[in-house]
Design a protein around this ligand. Structure first.
Ligand SMILES: Cc1ncc(COP(=O)(O)O)c(C=O)c1O
Length: 379
């Protein structure tokens, strides 16, 4: 139990493991490429400010976030690194880019003009990345609509207070075993780059690679890579070759038993009475629930580790609490630690285990656990 957590449930963030992952990724990427630490969504739930600090210690000079508020949080915590905002910035908010020196991605010259005007008003020039849709289908100039794109990028190139730093795109299936579509994206990316630069518009900084690309697509690493999920010690999918990169999970989720009772057969637990004891049972209550990112659809399959034993969750996970069948844990008592996600060195419940059981991906699991649980940083 941690006094500073102010509740008997917490996400334990191991910054030594984060540091280990950063070093592994750097070795994989090579030293001559820009390491863009993707710390959006509060570093996938792990704490952006603390993760930024470890990236900084490792010489990382560029961070990527998804929302302006995330950039402001980093700046207010003293970050002086380059910060790329990976989402588009509507005209209404462009002054924030200028105020906080944030690098936007841009796919429209009217938006670029608004950004240039905002920068001018503050006596600044803003660097931007040209966003290109090579197959993600999300944002960016359509890679095959070259004539329109070149015409519009020319309009951006002549704006006085915005400077084109380079070209950005995002991979849709880099984490799949079949790399056919990734190579199509790569070809589109290269065609677009060649056409724009041959039209006389330099794109000195190219970035395309996400985690899975860093692991398995060495030809798309270009000038800067954007590792996200691998920073946090999670693999991007079950289809990547995990031997490509050694990683250590950064987040564990732990809690303490707050209530323990001994009940007869027939006793039921939780909303909907989904657990009914079929033997004299010991039931522990834990103060953590789906509002903390513990998915309710996991309830029937949910397992936790208590004093070295794997135990079943008893009934539906509630918003802020859940119950565990601890009948088979000798000597169990109030205050004992419950590992909700993590390892005791023998047994492990991973983010992937929870994701697989609930039809989602490990990304969503760590992001969700990161939202309300207090974070305890360990080294
Ligand atoms: C534009 C962009 N770049 C990079 C990343 C990092 O991806 P990953 O976590 O798979 O490395 C993301 C994550 O969603 C993203 O949206």
């Amino acid at each position: 139990m941690y006094k500073e957590a102010i509740r008997p449930a917490w996400a334990e963030i191991n910054l030594s493991n984060f540091d280990y992952n950063v070093k592994q990724i750097r070795a994989k990427m090579g030293n001559d490429r820009e390491f863009i630490g993707v710390i959006k969504a509060d570093a996938y739930g792990h704490g952006a400010i603390q993760c930024a600090e470890v990236l900084r210690e490792n010489g990382v000079k560029t961070f990527a976030i998804a929302t302006l508020q995330e950039a402001i949080t980093l700046r207010e915590a003293g970050a002086t690194e380059r910060i790329i905002c990976l989402g588009l910035t509507p005209d209404m908010y462009v002054d924030i880019l200028a105020q906080y020196d944030i690098i936007p991605v841009v796919d429209d010259s009217r938006n670029a003009r608004a950004i240039s005007d905002a920068a001018a008003a503050r006596g600044k020039t803003i660097d931007c990345l040209i966003a290109v849709d090579t197959g993600m289908g999300r944002i960016g100039y359509l890679a095959d609509d070259l004539n329109y794109a070149i015409e519009d990028i020319r309009r951006i190139a002549v704006l006085p207070n915005i400077r084109i730093l380079g070209m950005f795109s995002h991979m849709a299936t880099a984490d799949a075993f079949d790399k056919t579509f990734s190579h199509e994206q790569e070809a589109r990316y290269n065609r677009f780059y060649d056409a724009v630069t041959q039209a006389g518009i330099p794109l000195p900084f190219r970035t395309l690679a996400n985690s899975a690309s860093i692991m398995e697509l060495p030809t798309v690493l270009f000038d800067g890579c954007r590792p996200g999920i691998i920073l946090y010690g999670q693999y991007p999918s079950h289809e990547v070759d995990k031997n490509q990169l050694s990683l250590k999970p950064v987040m564990q989720v732990k809690a303490n038993i707050v209530h323990l009772k001994y009940v007869p057969p027939g006793f039921s637990c939780g909303y909907g009475r989904k657990f009914i004891a079929n033997r004299p049972s010991a039931i522990a209550t834990v103060g953590l629930g789906y509002a903390d990112g513990y998915p309710r659809p996991y309830s029937a399959k949910a397992r936790v580790i208590v004093n070295g034993q794997i135990c079943n969750v008893a009934g539906n996970i509630c918003m802020d609490q859940f119950m565990v069948d601890v009948t088979d844990v000798p000597g169990v008592k109030v205050g004992d630690e419950v590992i909700v996600m993590g390892t005791d060195g023998v047994n492990t419940i991973s983010a992937d285990d929870i994701a697989d059981a609930t039809g989602t991906i490990n990304y969503e699991i760590t992001c969700a656990f990161g939202q309300r649980l207090p974070k305890v940083f360990v080294k």
